[in-house]
Design a protein around this ligand. Structure first.
Ligand SMILES: CC/C=C\CC/C=C/CC(=O)SCCNC(=O)CCNC(=O)[C@H](O)C(C)(C)COP(=O)(O)OP(=O)(O)OC[C@H]1O[C@@H](n2cnc3c(N)ncnc32)[C@H](O)[C@@H]1OP(=O)(O)O
Length: 281
C-alpha cells in the first residue's frame, strides 16, 4: 500500500560536506543543504532501457533512505532531458525483456510519483513520452527555454497511453487540454507548455533551472515532512491506488499492443527515420 511509504517523519541531519554517488547510468549528488540532484547520463539521449529504469528506481530508494531534503532530477545531455522509452527495446523484442521494460517503467513511475520527499525537475532539453512522464511525476517543473518540446506522444509511436499516465497528466493540465494532446500524440513547445501549465516556469539554462528547482525544494524547510508527504499522498492516491490494483492487466495490455504487427512496423519506421536524420546531419 502506498500510504505507509508516503508517511515521512523526519529529515536526516546531513553532514556539512556534499555526498556523491555515481552509478553507471545516473549520477547522484547531495549538496550541503541536503538537496539531492539525480542526473540521467545514458548517452546520447537518456532513452529508458531496462537498466536505466532499474537504476533510477534504486537511486530514488537511496534518496528516501538517506532522508534528503528533496530531489532535483535533470540530465547530463546538452539538449535532451530524456527521449522516453528506448524504442529498440520494443522493436522485435524478446518477450521477457519487454516484460522487464514495462515492469521497470511501472516501478519507476510508482516510486517517483509517490516519493515522500519534495521533488522538482530541471528539464534541460527535449522531453517526449517517458521523459515527460518523469517530469510529470515531480511536484515542480522548470524547463530551459529553447527549441525543445515536451509531451506524451505515445499514440504517435503506436502505444496507447495507460490510465495511470492519463491520470498523472490530468493532475497537471486540464482534462480537455490533456485529451486533445494525448489522443493525437501532440508535443508542446516550451512556450505552449508554460501556457497550459505543463511546466511551472522557464529558465535561461540548466544552472538556472537547477537553482529554481532548489528554491522550490527550500519552500518546504518550514513544513513538517509528515504534513507534506500525507498531503501529497492525498492529492495523488486516486491515481496510485487503481494503478496498484491493475498493474498486471496494464502490463498485459502493453505487451499485446507492442507485439501487434502494425505497431512493430511503425516502431521499425521510427528507428529508420531516426537513423536517416542522423545521417543527414
Ligand atoms: C503505453 C505507454 C505509455 C506511457 C508510458 C511512458 C512510455 C512511453 C513510451 C515511449 O517512451 S516511446 C519513445 C518515444 N520517444 C520518441 O518518440 C523520441 C524519439 N526521438 C526523438 O524525437 C529525438 O531523438 C530527440 C528529439 C529526443 C533528440 O533529437 P536529437 O538530439 O536530434 O538526437 P537524434 O534524433 O539524432 O538521436 C540521437 C541518437 O539517439 C537515438 N534515439 C533517439 N530517441 C531514441 C529512443 N526513444 N530510443 C532509442 N534510441 C533513440 C537515435 O536513433 C540516435 O541514435 P544513433 O545510434 O543514430 O546515434
Amino acid at each position: 500500500m502506498f500510504p505507509l511509504r508516503l508517511l515521512r517523519t523526519a529529515r536526516r541531519v546531513l553532514p556539512a560536506k556534499s555526498l556523491s554517488t555515481t552509478g553507471q547510468l545516473t549520477d547522484l549528488t547531495v549538496d550541503n543543504e541536503g538537496i539531492a540532484t539525480l542526473t540521467l547520463q545514458r548517452a546520447p539521449v537518456n532513452s529508458l532501457n531496462v537498466e536505466l529504469l532499474q537504476e533510477l528506481t534504486t537511486v530514488l530508494g537511496q534518496v528516501e533512505k538517506d532522508k534528503a531534503k528533496g530531489l532535483v532530477l535533470t540530465s547530463a545531455s546538452p539538449s535532451v532531458f530524456s527521449a522516453g522509452l528506448d524504442i529498440t527495446e520494443m522493436y522485435n523484442p524478446n518477450v521477457e525483456r519487454l516484460t522487464a521494460l514495462w515492469t521497470s517503467l511501472q516501478d519507476l513511475w510508482a516510486t517517483l510519483y509517490s516519493a515522500p520527499y519534495p521533488t522538482a525537475v530541471a528539464i534541460n532539453g527535449h522531453a517526449p513520452a517517458g521523459g515527460c512522464m518523469m517530469a510529470l511525476c515531480c511536484e515542480y517543473r522548470t524547463m530551459v527555454s529553447g527549441r525543445y518540446t515536451i509531451g506524451l506522444n505515445e499514440t504517435a509511436v503506436g502505444i496507447p497511453v495507460p490510465e495511470w499516465l492519463i491520470g498523472t497528466m490530468c493532475k497537471v493540465i486540464s482534462q480537455r487540454e490533456a485529451e486533445v494532446a494525448l489522443n493525437a500524440g501532440l508535443m508542446f513547445t516550451v512556450e505552449e507548455a508554460l501556457k497550459v501549465g505543463l511546466i511551472d516556469e522557464t529558465a535561461t539554462d540548466k544552472a538556472d533551472a537547477i537553482e529554481k528547482s532548489k528554491k522550490f525544494i527550500k519552500r518546504f524547510d518550514k513544513i513538517s515532512p509528515i504534513a507534506h508527504s500525507l498531503t501529497k499522498q492525498r492529492f495523488r492516491s486516486d491515481v496510485l491506488q487503481p494503478f496498484a490494483k491493475n498493474r498486471e492487466a496494464d502490463l498485459n495490455q502493453f505487451k499485446y499492443v507492442v507485439l501487434q504487427p502494425e505497431v512493430q512496423e511503425l516502431l521499425g519506421q521510427i528507428i529508420q527515420k531516426l537513423k536517416q536524420k542522423k545521417a543527414a546531419k
